[in-house]
Design a protein around this ligand. Sequence first.
Ligand SMILES: *[C@@H]1O[C@H](CO)[C@@H](O)[C@H](O)[C@H]1NC(C)=O
Ligand SMILES: *[C@@H]1O[C@H](CO)[C@@H](O)[C@H](O)[C@H]1NC(C)=O
Ligand SMILES: *[C@@H]1O[C@H](CO)[C@@H](O)[C@H](O)[C@H]1NC(C)=O
Ligand SMILES: *[C@@H]1O[C@H](CO)[C@@H](O)[C@H](O)[C@H]1NC(C)=O
Length: 430
Amino acid sequence: MLDQHLSIYTFCCCLQWLLFVQALLVVAASSDSCHFPAIFNFGDSNSDTGGLSAAFGAAPPPHGESFFGKPAGRYCDGRLLIDFIASSLGLPFLSAYLNSIGTNFSQGANFATAGSTIRQPYATLTQSGFSPISMDVQTWEFSQFKSRSQALIQQGLFKDQLPKEEYFSQALYTIDIGQNDLTEGYFRNWTTDEVKSAIPDILDKFVLAIQSIYWEGGRYFWIHNTGPFGCLPYVLDRLTLKAPEVDRFGCGAPFNHVAQLFNQKLNQTLSQLRKDLPLGVFTYVDIYSVKRELLSYAHQHGICCFQWLLLAQAALTVAASSDSCHFPAVFNFGDSNSDTGGLSTAFGAARHPTTSPSFGKLVGRNCDGHLLVDFIASSLDLPFLSTYLNSIGTNFSHGANFATAGSTIRQPYATLTQSGFSPISMDVQT
Ligand SMILES: *[C@@H]1O[C@H](CO)[C@@H](O)[C@H](O)[C@H]1NC(C)=O
Ligand SMILES: *[C@@H]1O[C@H](CO)[C@@H](O)[C@H](O)[C@H]1NC(C)=O
Ligand SMILES: *[C@@H]1O[C@H](CO)[C@@H](O)[C@H](O)[C@H]1NC(C)=O
Ligand SMILES: *[C@@H]1O[C@H](CO)[C@@H](O)[C@H](O)[C@H]1NC(C)=O
């Protein structure tokens, strides 16, 4: 379903193989005096280790083939730069926040999803190819991750899967996002001038996200600038250029100029952030130059592959029938009538009075008490259902809940912010 769009993200893979040498060097250099016990990452496909896959369907083979031997949530056939950064700091690969199964957040969490933008996307994932988990949503998720993980630890629960409180101020906060905000403009048929004129607003939203992480205690920021997207096959394939606009490396010059302008303004923005958030340490990492070098001289560096995936995606089917009257588990699909925390976990959306005498706190239900699905579970002697998108403190021994408030059967016609309808429509839930 989404593969046509997802194929556009795969450009990053081969680069990462070669980038890692540089990454190891720069990380090692900067970490001489600092020890980072955890990494919290925000971004797009360049650093998604399973977020989009967890919510919208697994990245199919050949993703993951060359290193993990199977799809590993990355839109890449091997490891991403973020994997090399983690390894070079002696940390395990980052678990995706939206991945509730087999994850371990002791030393960090990854909020990136492939196709993410800084600004909210203008259309749904299916319509545009851009993820609904934009950077603001990623910071809402991070706030919840912090408060809910610490609440569990205080109760003595899941201590071996969640980060210690002090890690939030000691961690490295890595951010690689922005490219999709620029390509999105072009895909909407904006002129180069129109895309350029959006940059100040894109960076204003970026600043809001950084401030939000800073106010949660984040201090060490490692920020990648954006790559030369004018060299990327999916961009050149979708957008037409006049001959003089193509440079001697076959790249779209206007697109790369926009990337450079964005980077210049990003660099200025970081200078301002250093003044405004004086306890923060902001490192600007010039990924553009490294990627430009690699792409321009690809043959010399031995890069062979840009992968185009149009493979059909295996559908998850839940065996529904049961010939006995004993149900050991419940798998639920639906909307707010049965959402036990899905939308809240991903989008922080249950802001209504959702505290109840029964629960005594916010419990992810868009409801102030128990939902029908809670009573069904209880009547079958089963615990309340954990939500599939909730990676913290959940237990799927007796089922899982795929419902999110605002879900539709058909795909929504607009984004969550525009329409109020969840991007997790019924097809996505299955
Ligand atoms: C999670 O990872 C940490 C190290 O990063 C390890 O000490 C801990 O045992 C792991 N927890 C589980 C449940 O595997
Ligand atoms: C952009 O223009 C092309 C060609 O005219 C058209 O097919 C496409 O629908 C347009 N895209 C948008 C988002 O308007
Ligand atoms: C970023 O800006 C600083 C000045 O604030 C400048 O010294 C540096 O060269 C710039 N970095 C890049 C990669 O352009
Ligand atoms: C999950 O729930 C089952 C029963 O509902 C229980 O036996 C098991 O110990 C729980 N697992 C954890 C990790 O709490």
